[in-house]
Design a protein around this ligand. Structure first.
Ligand code: TPP
Length: 383
């Protein structure tokens, strides 16, 4: 091929010919390779790595999983008795819920979705308070500041920008606080998910985004939701690491979340964790999952149950004797009996509470409506 001369002689007085100059050498702004998730979800249980797991942690996870499963069955039963308006079960997802709670320090914040009451309970919230919203009672049901658990968010993914704002503010103030925000696979299609990830990465906010990919957004399977190689891959586009983990392996989820929290705490910025799990029950008690999925699929996942996986490991290491089993079962039963009894009592509600805690300062309209309700209640009282 003929080479072009770079030293063309211009005739005197001629307009210089246009000579294209090469653009500055292009470099990726961030090397994407270290941000990419592993090719397969991380597993610890049933692998050689399980031998390194601390027995105390395994036993703690076991007791929490047993209690978590019992909490799920009890809450579901309460919907059938009309004591709970709606319950989005986390049966089969307990490893994710428990690990999320255990990965945080007391001073950190949890940002749950409507499905994550178990994570709140595992963090120490009273189960009755955790279920208040789903019962249709008074506002959030607990003081978010006291427990460092943000209100359960029903509008999908709205908890994510809240988490970023809190974590960024904490960092500006010099407070050692991490925010862990939970979201479902469907929630990753919301604009709030993308905006939250973008701001978090640009600001290096101390946030962990924890996606529980349970296969479905109500009846919509993941394949109809996204064409991405995995949800963890979405992290790379924002410049943060994406991690993929087996969501039914309590030890693996605990490990990945603990590492992501530690990274955020030392100023490394946000991480997106995708836990691959499965929603064993219907979306809520108001949904019929048999209309959109085959029973065989559910059975395949039951064989990969988080409790089964952990029990196998504990048994192999000689850590699961009868006493341990019955102590865990008894503690779970005590919690369920207490929950049942307290949820069976009709709550004493003051209709005037409708107007409390809506705004820091009540608006004129709210004051007017409150006065109207007060007058109606007084008139009823006199009748
Ligand atoms: C902004 C918004 N759009 C739609 C809904 C209705 N909705 C409630 S739950 C849900 C599915 C969410 O699925 P996913 O994020 O995968 O979480 P999962 O319920 O499986 O935990 C939808 C579409 C909503 N709550 N908020």
């Amino acid at each position: 091929m003929q080479q072009r001369s770079s030293t063309v002689q211009e005739p005197p007085g001629a307009v210089p010919a246009y000579r294209p100059t090469p653009p500055p050498a292009w470099q990726p702004r961030t090397d994407p390779a270290p941000l990419l998730p592993d090719a397969e979800p991380l597993r610890v249980l049933g692998t050689d790595a399980a031998a390194d797991a601390d027995p105390a942690l395994l036993l703690r996870l076991y007791a929490e999983l047993i209690r978590g499963r019992r909490y799920n069955t009890q809450a579901t039963a309460l919907t059938k008795q009309g004591r709970l308006a709606v319950y989005p079960s986390t049966t089969g997802q307990e490893a994710c819920e428990i690990a999320a709670a255990l990965a945080l320090e007391e001073r950190d914040w949890l940002f749950p979705s409507y499905r994550d009451t178990l994570a709140a309970v595992a963090r120490g919230l009273d189960p009755v308070q955790a279920l208040t919203l789903l019962r249709g009672d008074w506002h959030t049901g607990y003081d978010p500041h006291e427990h460092r658990i943000a209100p359960l968010c029903t509008p999908l993914a709205t908890q994510l920008p809240h988490a970023v704002g809190l974590a960024h503010a904490a960092r500006l103030k010099g407070d050692d606080v991490i925010a862990l925000a939970m979201v479902g696979d469907g929630g990753t299609s919301e604009g709030d998910f993308h905006e939250a990830l973008n701001f978090a990465a640009v600001w290096k906010a101390p946030v962990v985004f924890f996606v529980q990919n349970n296969g479905f957004a109500i009846s919509v399977p993941l394949a109809k939701q996204t064409a991405a190689p995995s949800l963890a891959h979405k992290a790379v586009g924002y410049g943060m690491p994406g991690r993929l983990v087996d969501g039914n392996d309590a030890v693996a989820v605990h490990q990945v979340l603990t590492e992501a929290v530690a990274r955020a705490r030392r100023g490394g910025g946000p991480t997106l964790v995708e836990a691959v799990t499965y929603r064993i029950d219907a979306h809520t008690n108001a949904d019929d999952a048999t209309r959109y999925r085959a029973a065989g699929e559910v059975e395949t996942w039951r064989a990969h149950d988080p409790i089964l996986l952990l029990e196998r490991e504990l048994t192999e290491r000689g850590l699961l004797d009868e006493d341990t089993r019955s102590a865990a079962a008894e503690a779970a039963e005590t919690m369920a009996a207490d929950l049942r009894e307290r949820m069976n009592a009709d709550p004493v509600l003051d209709p005037m509470d409708l107007f409390s805690h809506v705004y820091a300062e009540q608006t004129a309209q709210l004051r007017e409506q409150a006065a109207q309700l007060r007058a109606e209640l007084d008139a009823e009282g006199e009748a």
